[in-house]
Design a protein around this ligand. Structure first.
Ligand code: FAD
Ligand code: FES
Length: 267
């Protein structure tokens, strides 16, 4: 078990993989001993520090899959082999599962990165995994081939039908839940998708673990920036992975989030 170090450690980028039209994976020559669901804070000196889910950590190297959507993520995606970035962590809660369970993993966007990490660990423990990936079109799918190579059951849905079934990945989840036998649903991606999945799991009486993303700064429960209205839990410590009951109890989840200044924005 690695001791939590609260100072950023500068780590070498040993490989850069262009995954699809939006996501780039940085392979780092370091491990923080992260488990699926946890995140690290990534620091680019004189730019900013932001949280990223760990996409893989095998004790020697670590992977982060970054969607280029704004200034920080674009700067990360532009990094080259041989450059260094600052990393703090691991932070937050992990996905929990028991040996031999039947799990449904629902991923949207870069959510397929931490869920692939979960799928690979769960498969090693004899779990049956339904890996459900959604994207607006084929060019935005992530980790589909890698998941097939793991031997898990892969289901693809695209908005335009360019790969897999046409429509939302939540429709695929609905069918799988209707068939029965799922022990737990795990979801990472756009909050509207995760909210729907949480409601569907609740209706079926199935457990669910949701990765809640809020604007994070300290990552350690100190600044209060990432608290979820309701119970007021700091999602950097009590999350990002939270149980269904906790997220649906919050008046905030699925409806709005706050920016770095605390202003509300509706989804
Ligand atoms: C616990 C946690 C884990 C995270 N893990 C990852 C991860 O593994 N990979 C990753 O890429 N990011 C991850 N993020 C998000 C990341 O921390 C940044 O918020 C993100 O990279 C955007 O930062 P930015 O400065 O580039 O863009 P910003 O200036 O913050 O955003 C630019 C614009 O893009 C929009 N936007 C932000 N995120 C998205 C999105 N995902 N899709 C579409 N539009 C978006 C914003 O609303 C804004 O309009 C995670 C966040 C949290 C809290
Ligand atoms: S990021 Fe500071 S309390 Fe969560």
């Amino acid at each position: 078990m690695h001791k939590l170090d609260t100072r950023p450690k500068m780590v070498l980028i040993k490989e850069v993989v262009r995954e699809n039209e939006q996501v780039t994976t940085l392979v780092l020559d370091a491990s923080v001993g992260a488990e699926p669901g946890q995140f690290v804070n990534v620091w680019i000196p004189s730019l900013n520090e932001k949280p990223f889910s760990v996409a893989m950590d095998d004790g020697k190297e670590m992977r982060l899959s970054v969607a280029a959507v704004g200034p920080f993520s674009n700067a990360l995606c532009d990094k080259k082999v041989g450059e260094k970035i600052g990393v703090r962590g691991p932070f937050g809660t992990k996905f929990k599962f028991e040996e031999g369970e039947h799990l449904a993993l629902l991923a949207g966007g870069y959510g397929a990165a931490p869920l692939y990490f979960l799928a690979s660990e769960a498969a090693k423990k004899g779990c049956t995994v339904e890996f459900i990936v959604g994207a607006r079109s084929k060019g935005f799918l992530l980790n589909v081939e890698k998941a097939r190579e793991l031997g898990v059951n892969v289901h693809v849905a695209t908005d335009d039908g360019s790969e897999g079934s046409k429509g939302y990945n939540t429709e695929v989840l609905a069918k799988i839940l209707d068939e029965g036998g799922i022990d737990c649903v795990y979801t990472v991606g756009p909050e509207v998708m995760m909210y729907k999945a949480a409601q569907m799991a609740k209706e079926k009486g199935v457990r669910a673990q949701i990765s809640v993303e809020r604007y994070m700064k300290c990552g350690m429960g100190l600044c209060g920036n990432c608290c979820l209205d309701g119970e007021g839990a700091p999602t950097c410590v009590k999350g990002p992975v939270m149980d269904l009951e906790k997220v649906l109890d919050s008046p905030e989840f699925g409806h709005y989030h706050r920016d770095q200044l605390g202003n509300k924005h509706n989804f």
